[in-house]
Design a protein around this ligand. Structure first.
Ligand code: GTP
Ligand code: MG
Length: 489
């Protein structure tokens, strides 16, 4: 384990810029004496386990600086587990700087990124999943992101990991017992029972790993990319979904030359929406070609592609190139919804110009949605599809109605998910490895291999799981995690 830091650190927990108040946090053994020296209390009792003292004057950097509020959280009843003092001063730049300089001059050191949370972790105030959730809480833009972060902060992920771990420890204990027995004493039913237990563990862990598909999208936001030929109405869709005139719309093909990105929330879920330059065929214009390259990059990062086909359909050679692009997206495993745009023009179209007929013939298996920027209903349906896609995972459409079928394992990843939900790639990688190791242990048991070998795999699986909560984790990984934090957290 790593040595506890014994110095006293200080940093503002509020962002730079002008504000009514700013909060400077001091943590460590010198926190009390620094505050004693710097502040004259209106009453002098700020050494109670927890107290808020009003209107204390700072004698520091340039004499009296400000009237502040001092909150005291004595060890171990604080965020870091050390003595923590929080100074709420006025949030002007000069005042903030003077308060900080005074505290540093009095013996504190400027805290680095994530140092407060790192101390909280080492003092056993929170495990690694909770520390990661602190950052998610701060970064949450949408309600559902905040909800999953809060669940993780309050031990949601750790509890599930501990349950799985306890189960594996049970199997390991049984295995160790069998190891002590002579080979002649071994009964086939002992082996069978263990195989059964490991199968159960493997299954539960796999469900947990699969929950990451939905969990990642909730935590990071759903990346939706609108693509298609020039002038088909892509930017109009972005504007309709975002409810504002974000992208320029005109009847001149090639209006959008760069990607246009916007974040929106739908039913509390974060959606990153990207409009792209029309995918013109064989363009010689260098700016248009750069736009197309950016569109292709955006497509590669998409969770869901809205591919827009509108009348008039392009000539056959262009259509074939567009088909190739759509097929490439599908080969890359993208979920793709064909939007049959400018639906209001359809009644006037001959069948051979109608994108609906074309789509049904060329892409009969792809889900489609008719769309007109004049229809409130279409907008409502598109928003509903996006929400259901986030909640369900896969789009599937019957002839008349559109439905989203759920992955069994990610069904209702909102409230009360019985298998827990992973939202961090780091956790997913560890659970995947544990699934593999438990699977190997189970296969070795079935193949009649020695209990020693099986025990090794199980112990490795347990080690993998313990990296998630941070019970068994390298210093490098800890540094990596906390370095992503902001200063003051
Ligand atoms: N009739 C009708 N016209 C539409 C609809 N959606 C867009 N348009 C019109 O189609 C033209 C092109 O719309 P945009 O949204 O700029 O199309 P785009 O695909 O972004 O075009 P580029 O950026 O040039 O690739 C504009 O004149 C829009 O007003 C629709 O649903 N019905
Ligand atoms: Mg456009």
């Amino acid at each position: 384990m790593i040595d506890m830091d014994l110095d006293t650190i200080a940093a503002f927990s509020t962002p730079p810029g002008e504000s009514g108040l700013a909060v400077l946090r001091i943590s460590g053994p010198l926190a009390a004496s620094i505050c004693d020296r710097l502040f004259v209390a209106s009453s002098s009792r700020f050494k109670k386990p927890s107290a808020m003292e009003g209107y204390t004057l700072a004698h520091g950097y340039w004499g009296s600086i400000d009237e502040v509020v001092l909150a005291c959280f004595r060890a171990p009843y604080s965020y870091t587990g050390e003595d923590v003092y929080e100074i709420s001063c006025h949030g002007g730049q000069a005042i903030r700087q003077a308060v900080l300089d005074s505290v540093l001059a009095a013996g504190a050191r400027a805290a680095g990124p994530g140092e407060f949370s790192r101390r909280a972790f080492f003092n056993g105030k929170m495990d690694l999943t909770a520390a990661e959730a602190v950052m998610d809480m701060i970064g949450a833009q949408a309600e559902k992101q905040a909800q999953v972060a809060y669940r993780q902060l309050t031990g949601g992920v750790s509890r599930v990991i501990h349950e799985r771990t306890d189960h594996l420890y049970g199997a390991l204990a049984r295995l160790e017992m069998l190891l002590d027995w002579d080979e002649e004493e071994e009964r086939p039913e002992d082996r069978e029972l263990l195989v059964h237990e490991l199968e159960h563990s493997e299954h539960e862990l796999r469900l947990l790993a699969d929950s990451f598909a939905g969990g990642r999208i909730i935590r990071e936001g759903l990346a939706v990319v609108i693509a298609g030929s020039p002038n088909v109405g892509k930017s109009s869709i972005l504007n309709a979904l975002s409810g504002r005139d974000r992208a320029i719309v005109s009847n001149i093909p090639g209006t959008t030359r760069d990607t246009v990105e916007i974040d929106l929330t739908l039913n509390g879920y974060l959606v990153h929406l990207t409009d792209t330059a029309g995918l013109a065929i064989d363009s010689q214009d260098p700016i248009e070609r750069e736009g197309i390259m950016r569109a292709e990059n955006a497509l590669r990062a998409a969770d869901l592609v809205l591919w827009v086909l509108s009348p008039p359909l392009p000539p056959e050679d262009e259509r074939l190139q567009e088909e190739t692009r759509i097929e490439r997206c599908l080969e890359e495993g993208k979920e793709l919804l064909l939007i049959l745009g400018k639906d209001d023009l359809r009644p006037t179209l001959p069948a051979e110009e109608d994108p609906a007929y074309y789509a049904a013939e060329r892409f009969p298996d792809l889900p489609t949605l008719t769309w007109s920027d004049r229809s409130e209903d279409d907008l409502h349906r598109l928003k509903e599809i996006l929400v259901r896609f986030i909640e369900g995972g896969i789009l599937s459409f019957t002839e008349e109605t559109l439905s989203v079928t759920s992955h069994e394992q990610v069904k209702s990843h909102g409230e009360g998910h019985s298998h827990g939900m992973l939202t961090h790639a780091r956790h997913k990688v560890a659970v995947d490895r544990a699934v593999e190791l438990v699977g190997r242990a189970r296969a070795d048991l079935q193949a009649g291999l020695s209990f020693d070998l099986v025990a090794i795999s199980l112990k490795e699986a347990l080690t993998e799981l313990s990296t998630i909560t941070g019970e068994d984790v390298s210093e490098t990984l800890i540094e990596k995690i906390f370095s992503r934090f902001c200063i003051g957290k």
